[in-house]
Ligand binder design. Sequence first.
Ligand SMILES: Cc1ncc(COP(=O)(O)O)c(C=O)c1O
Length: 389
Amino acid sequence: MESANRLKQIPPYLFMELRQKIGKAKAAGVDVISLAIGDPVEPTPEEVVQELARTARDPANHQYPTDEEKGMLSFREAVARWYAQRYGVTADPQKEVLALIGSKEGCHHFALARVNPGDAVLMTDPGYPAYRASILIAGGEPVNVAIRPERGYLPDLRDIPSDVARRATAMYLNYPNNPTGAVATLPFLRDLVAFARSHDIAICYDNPYIEMVFDGEQPLSFLSVPGAADVGVELNSLSKPFNMTGWRIGMALGNADLIAAISKVKENTDSGVFNAIQYAAIAALTRCQGNIARMLQIYARRRELVVATLRQVGFEYTAPRGTFYLWVPTPRGMSSLEFADLLLEKAHVVVAPGRGYGEFGEGFFRISLTVPDARLEEAVERIRQVLET
Ligand SMILES: Cc1ncc(COP(=O)(O)O)c(C=O)c1O
């Protein structure tokens, strides 16, 4: 049966061939180690699991979620407190906070809430591929804005042609950045707010890695910049800081009109997040902050391990200051797909080829640090052997 035309515009999955090769190798009994996906393997804090179990037993929570698509007021209040305490951001839990089924869901519904067919929508290249799909599904035209190492992977807003900026109605960004690991600066965010204001561009600042910063870097919320809530929303998530990717819970904060518009889409699409998951998320936000520092220590140790190995085999490489990804240039002028293929064939290690994140991702590969220490050690040892020969 034919699928809708809008789906046909979504580019084919670039890693399909690689994925098939991985499947074949695994089926043949090869011990493949994947460093391609950012999904913490450590369990969710026990207190969060306990809270889910406790609240799941209450039949009141078996009905449609309270306040449905907006999320329970107590969850929205916990989010507002979290933002006030950790990032110095004030948000009204009644009008400026919304529960999400993960920040990915927010990215998608942001497009449906804001983008009209034919609108240009800016996104970075390299960038998180889900933005493009959401823009296309909403009928928009994705416009890539290159981000380059020499500018710290921050877009040069002056580079955006004025006719494109005039046609654009929205822009997606995320710092700490997937895939490059780059972090944003306050002056850049100030420029971004001014740029958005002068062109009436709604910003979708997707910030699920906000807590994932190293080397003394401080978490930075887009909403901490004066005027940011006039021009956009910030999306965040419990997925990464609390090892809760499978739970599917996140939040949107910021511009009240955008929050209301996203909420309207959700009202007609899903009926919100299971109350018990929201109670568990409140437990995470209010009682499990220690998990963040614990995980950062783990990721810092793993970063050092990978960076030291890369240097041993001749890479001049400095780790980025954010996320649990390392974005590394491919050696010997190889294309990212060639290099990923080589590692899969010779080392049985999977890395994400940079080309999958856009044209400007070519020449890089991404390693995720979300694998157990022993597996990561084994993987880097195998990579070292391949690169030495
Ligand atoms: C930039 C970015 N946004 C959103 C997500 C999805 O996060 P969530 O689990 O909150 O939907 C990811 C996940 O890898 C991501 O890298």
